[in-house]
Design a protein around this ligand. Structure first.
Ligand SMILES: [Fe+2]
Length: 242
């Protein structure tokens, strides 16, 4: 069985609104492992001006988590990252290594407020690309300016952005408008990554396999493989996606 790479997770214990403690972290890892995930990028939130923990503390929690996971699962890898709420100054922090890019590649995971203006997203993408980063927009289904707006999404993609959708969109019922729209994005090549965005073991649990099962049924083989395997593997190697 081919294994999944989960590029978006709040798996580190006690650092943001994700896993409360190491016990929950390990329970989330158990769930992810049982679904076939073998690589997970830890992407704790970073909100400018609301830094709860210094980077040194974050890095020590990351190392502790890596050790705990390795002890239980020799074949499960946790890699560093951040989900960065984009504001002025975030890029400087990335450049000075005060924030993590995705698995130490040029890819960066960016978050915005749901009501963010389209021009703000464009500005963020432009600045990232100018600085040599490859921006991934986290859970694009949340942004009002992009909802059912493939034209704007396409423009951002042409500017150099990659699009991530949360797996939970594919677990809705048959009539879910969200699910239908996300499937359309996948078919049009406007969805590059799926992430669990897992926060806990309850309502925001690791859930990549449900989304994968759905997409396997609905997409052609090449599109399915691109989203679930090829794109995340290229991300880990720091390669551009075509
Ligand atoms: Fe997240």
């Amino acid at each position: 069985m081919e294994h999944y790479i989960d590029i978006h997770s709040h798996i580190l214990p006690g650092v943001d609104d994700g896993a409360k403690d190491m016990e929950m972290t390990m329970a989330m890892i158990d769930l992810a492992y049982s679904q076939g995930v073998r690589v997970m990028i830890a992407t704790p939130h970073y909100y400018p001006g609301h830094v709860r923990h210094p980077k040194e503390y974050m890095d020590s929690v990351f190392q502790e988590t890596v050790s705990a996971v390795k002890e239980k699962y020799g074949d499960f890898t946790i890699l560093p990252g951040n989900e960065i709420y984009f504001r002025e100054g975030a890029l400087e922090k990335l450049q000075s290594k005060r924030l993590h890019s995705m698995a130490d590649t040029p890819y960066v995971l960016l978050e915005f407020s749901p009501g963010a203006q389209y021009k703000h997203l464009c500005g963020a993408v432009r600045k990232c690309v100018e600085c040599g980063f490859y921006p991934i927009l986290a859970h694009i289904e949340r942004y009002q300016c992009l909802w059912k707006n493939e034209k704007c999404i396409g423009e951002l993609v042409r500017m150099g952005a990659y699009m991530q959708v949360n797996a939970e969109n594919f677990t809705g019922g048959f009539f879910s408008a969200q699910r239908r729209w996300c499937l359309r994005l996948a078919r049009e090549g406007l969805m590059h990554f799926i992430g669990s965005d897992a926060h806990n073991t309850q309502e925001r649990r690791p859930n990549l396999n449900q989304a994968a099962d759905y997409l396997k049924e609905k997409l052609d083989e090449a599109a399915f493989r691109r989203i679930m395997f090829d794109n995340p593997a290229k991300l880990l190697r720091g390669e551009y996606l075509k």
